[in-house]
Design a protein around this ligand. Structure first.
Ligand SMILES: [Zn+2]
Length: 165
């Protein structure tokens, strides 16, 4: 695979900034802004069960992208009860298979950065078939640079994912 940045080169390396310690609180952490997932301030779920909700993004460029959140407000994998840690694998596999069923998708990448809201959620991003320059870690960069599609189109693709689950 020939991963390529979505920018013309040469890019110029720069030094890291001074460290910020303590770090500012994240959304949903004590002292931070409220949790948007718990407040229901995100996109409506296109699918849910007793443990998980699945949502379309807004302002994105890859139809078929979705994010999965726990119903529990916990931060990370290690904060989930063991039962849900195991169930995550089952649900993630179903979501992956559903996204692949849309067609024109080469791979489904999972991104869990852990620097956004402090409510467990994992992104599923479809890499378009044949777009090898966007392989691996390049995909979210390309996702950012490619022209956005409408939020309606993103929601419609997410509903198709949900109906294939
Ligand atoms: Zn929350």
């Amino acid at each position: 695979m020939n991963m390529t940045l979505p920018y013309l080169e040469p890019l110029v390396p720069r030094e890291p900034a001074e460290r910020t310690v303590p770090e500012p609180p994240r959304r949903g952490e004590a002292g931070g802004p409220p949790c948007r997932i718990c407040e229901g301030a995100t996109t409506k779920a296109v699918w849910s069960d007793e443990h998980w909700t699945l949502h379309p993004p807004v302002g994105g460029s890859l139809p078929g992208a979705v994010w999965l959140a726990s119903r529990l407000h916990v931060d990370s994998f290690s904060d989930l009860p063991e039962e849900l840690q195991a169930d995550f694998g089952v649900v993630a596999a179903r979501v992956e298979r559903a996204i692949l069923s849309l067609g024109d998708v080469a791979r489904v990448h999972l991104y869990r950065w852990g620097d956004g809201g402090a409510h467990f959620h994992v992104w599923f991003l479809p890499r378009p078939l044949g777009m090898v320059e966007a392989s691996g870690m390049m995909l979210p960069l390309w996702e950012d640079v490619l022209p956005n599609v409408s939020d309606d189109e993103l929601a419609e693709a997410a509903r198709r994912v949900a109906s294939a689950l």
